[in-house]
Design a protein around this ligand. Sequence first.
Ligand code: ADP
Length: 406
Amino acid sequence: MKILTVNSGSSSLKFKVFSMCTDSLLVSGIVECIGQCDIGSFLIYKNLPKNLSKKETINATTHSQALEYVLKLFEDPEYGCLEHIDDLIAVGHRVVHGKDVYNSSILITKESLEILKSFIELAPLHQPANITGIEACMKILPDKPMVAVFDTAFHQTMPAEAFMYGVPYEYYTDYGIRRYGFHGTSHKYVAQRAAEILKKSFNDLNLITLHLGNGASITAIKNGKVIDTSMGFTPLEGIMMGTRSGDLDPAIVPFLMHKLNCDWETMDKLLNKKSGLLGLSGISNDMRDLVEKKNAGNDRAKIAYDVFIYKIVKYVGAYYAAINAKLDAIIFTAGIGENSIDVRRDICNRLKYFGVKLDNERNNVISNTPRLITANDSFIDVYVIPTDEELLMARDTFEIYKKINS
Ligand code: ADP
């Protein structure tokens, strides 16, 4: 009962193998620089139960070649995790966009693959790479069920009041201009973990989940359903991120295009790759660097940090109002949320009048297990819950595998 998960980027292929009998991770790795002939591709591979890892340059000019190499390694007597490749029962693929067509993971068929291709214009950088990974797997493992797990699916319960933009209605019907939301797998995973920890039925949960990584988004969950999320038509909207601007006055876009005499592609790159923490600080998109520089008295690092915190606090306030019911918890997750003691402290302290009472000792703990960071008498509980998107992908894939084999 082993499941392979694949997260395919334009020149990379991340993979994990899970044993579904024990819900445990057996192997994880990545092939980078696929197709970059001059330098070769680079494999990082870890077998967790055997505590073995390897790094090597391999010859993979396509995703198929990278995958063939990795699958052979799975059968390797020393490094492998399978006796035979047939021990894999199914493959789960991360797919960035399922539009409003898919509100859960699906079995990939020839027909659904064509539908996924029709969403490419909504995610032109990521969707084609995800499809390349699916097609490579279908070619090499033609008999294995393939499942698509969407970044957008969990958010599709949002009501129209949250997903519509104030633009002419025909742009929604003609071009699909609406909020879709992203990071859904992560928000869903931590919400499910929160239900277990709080011993509450998922359908009764009211949560605000803060996925704070290089990309970052906040989600409001009421009675187990997403009612709003900060990323929108694309992952550019919402709170400020590592290199993405997040929300801004839309009129800034044509104004700057005029000033800089640039086209929309340059503008798109400026807002996605050169803005956010990096653009404001002029130093780095990495929160560790910014905290260090801010604490050393660097003004630009301080501005970037303060804006980051303030925007998050504003969203939490707005989502508390949107939920309009007793919150069960606020959850921090992803690279910054799981690791930055400063960020968590500064956000929680600005939510004091909502009833968040931080316990500094609990917040200062460095650990990769879920934990409460507020005081026992805090009106709202705040937890750190490490995310595990691939485990959720594996579980969804296993559920679909069981359905088609029942
Ligand atoms: P993504 O998956 O979006 O690339 P991650 O969830 O891996 O991002 O988060 C990456 C970010 O986490 C880094 O940019 C870094 O700022 C932050 N991070 C990681 N470790 C720490 C830490 N110990 N303290 C503060 N920030 C950290």
